[in-house]
Ligand binder design. Structure first.
Ligand SMILES: O=C(O)CCC(=O)C(=O)O
Length: 308
C-alpha cells in the first residue's frame, strides 16, 4: 500500500498515533480511503488537522469506512444528522474516564471519527492507549491467565446497566491478528470466571495497566481537527483540565466482531451451593448469564433467590 505522495505522515509517540497532512476529507478517492485504513492499522489513531467539515461532510467521509450508527444512549444534539452524536462540555459531555467505545454492545464500533468543533483555549487534550502494546508487556503467566478469561461490560455510565455484553479479556484484531488487552475502567464491570473480589483486584490492575504512559499518545486539538481511532486495539481518555466550552461531534463505524485469543478456559464464577451475603456481588453477572442462556439456575442451585 502506498500513501499518496502529497500526504505527509508524522508519528506522534512511540506507542501509537500519527498526524497526516495533505488530505482533504471532503474529496477522498477510493485509493485514499484505502490509504487511511492502512495508516490506521499501522498507527491505531490518526489525526487530520484543519478539516472543519460540516456534519453532513463528516457523515459522508465516515460512510467510506462502513455502516454508521448514532449513539444508543446519548442524544445527538439539535439539528445534527442521526449518524452524528455530540458531546458538549457545558452539558457534562467530558469523557474523562478510560474507555473503548460502547464495549457494552455485543458488536461494538470498530472505528470512531471525531471532529473537534469547539476547542478550549488550553487543555482538553485526548489520550489514547495502544492495547496491543499493553498486552505485549504482560508477563507470560499473566498473558496465559488473561487469555482464558472473559469480562462483563455494561452501560452503567449511561444509566443503562441492563445493556450488557461479555467479551474476551484478550481479543484478536480481525485484520492484523495481533492480540489486545480488551478491558476499560468505564464499561468493564466484572471478570466472569473470577469471584467478585478476585475480579476487582485483577480488573483494577489491568485497567490501570492499559493507561500506563508508555502505551499512550496525547493529542492537542485545534478547531477543525479530525481524530480517527481503531476501537479494536485502543482506549482513550479526555483530560478534564480546561475552562470554557469544548464540543466534539463523532461518527461511529459499527460492525466489529470480537474474537478471543482462545475459548474461555473456566466456568463462570457465580456462587453455588449455600447462599451468603457476599452473593449479591454476583447478581448482575448471574442475571445476564441466565437471561442469555449461558447458565441454568439449577446448575448452580440458587434459582429462586436471585430475583429476575
Ligand atoms: O472528546 C474527546 O476527545 C473524546 C470523546 C470520547 O471519548 C468519545 O467520543 O468516545
Amino acid at each position: 500500500m502506498t500513501v499518496p505522495s502529497t500526504w505527509s505522515v508524522r508519528r506522534l509517540a512511540g506507542a501509537l498515533g500519527a498526524e497526516i497532512t495533505g488530505v482533504d476529507m471532503r474529496k477522498v478517492t477510493a485509493d485514499e480511503v484505502a490509504a487511511i485504513q492502512h495508516l490506521l492499522l499501522e498507527h491505531h489513531v490518526i489525526f487530520l488537522p484543519e478539516q472543519g467539515p460540516t456534519p453532513e461532510e463528516h457523515v459522508g467521509f465516515a460512510r467510506h469506512f462502513g455502516h454508521l450508527e448514532g449513539h444508543p444512549n446519548i442524544g445527538r444534539g439539535e439539528g445534527l444528522p442521526p449518524e452524528i452524536f455530540q458531546l458538549a462540555a457545558s452539558q457534562g459531555g467530558i469523557a474523562d474516564e478510560w474507555h473503548t467505545d460502547m464495549t457494552f454492545k455485543e458488536s461494538p464500533p470498530l472505528m470512531s471519527i471525531l471532529h473537534l468543533v469547539t476547542c478550549p483555549e488550553f487543555g482538553g487534550d485526548t489520550m489514547w492507549s495502544n492495547l496491543h502494546a499493553a498486552y505485549d508487556a504482560l508477563t507470560q503467566p499473566m498473558k496465559d491467565l488473561c487469555e482464558g478469561l472473559t469480562a462483563l461490560h455494561d452501560a452503567l455510565p449511561h444509566n443503562r446497566p441492563e445493556q450488557m455484553a461479555i467479551h474476551p479479556v484478550v481479543r484478536v484484531h480481525p485484520e492484523t491478528g495481533r492480540k489486545a488487552l480488551y478491558v476499560n475502567s468505564h464499561f468493564t464491570r466484572r471478570i466472569v470466571e473470577l469471584s467478585a473480589t478476585e475480579s476487582e483486584l485483577l480488573l483494577g490492575h489491568l485497567t490501570r495497566f492499559i493507561s500506563n504512559e508508555r502505551f499512550t499518545v496525547r493529542y492537542q486539538w485545534r478547531p477543525g481537527s479530525i481524530g480517527i481511532w481503531d476501537n479494536r486495539c485502543t482506549a482513550h481518555y479526555v483530560l478534564n483540565d480546561f475552562e470554557g466550552e469544548r464540543v466534539i461531534q463523532r461518527a461511529t463505524v459499527m460492525g466489529d466482531q470480537v474474537e478471543g485469543a482462545t475459548q474461555p478456559q473456566w466456568q463462570p464464577a457465580v456462587a453455588s451451593g449455600r447462599l451468603s451475603a457476599m452473593d449479591r456481588h454476583d447478581q448482575q453477572l448471574f442475571n445476564f448469564l441466565r437471561d442469555t442462556g449461558r447458565i441454568s439456575p439449577e446448575s448452580i442451585g440458587y434459582s429462586d433467590l436471585v430475583p429476575k
